[in-house]
Ligand binder design. Structure first.
Ligand SMILES: [Zn+2]
Length: 59
């Protein structure tokens, strides 16, 4: 049994997790799944309503 830590990203919006192919230095601009540019912004912030909600969530 081993604990594996993956260096990757998790989207705050759709909970999609992915591991970048290239270096991890550069943050992705958008989530590859839901295409949200706010994938790394926690939801708690009182921003305005979710414009990404138009997208259908398929899980
Ligand atoms: Zn996402």
């Amino acid at each position: 049994m081993a604990i594996i830590k993956l260096d990757g990203y998790a989207c705050e919006r759709c909970e999609h997790k992915w591991v970048p192919r290239s270096k991890i230095d550069v943050l992705p601009t958008i989530c590859p799944k839901c295409k949200s540019p706010y994938w790394n912004v926690p939801r708690q912030g009182k921003k305005k309503s979710f414009s990404w909600k138009n997208k259908k969530r398929d899980r």
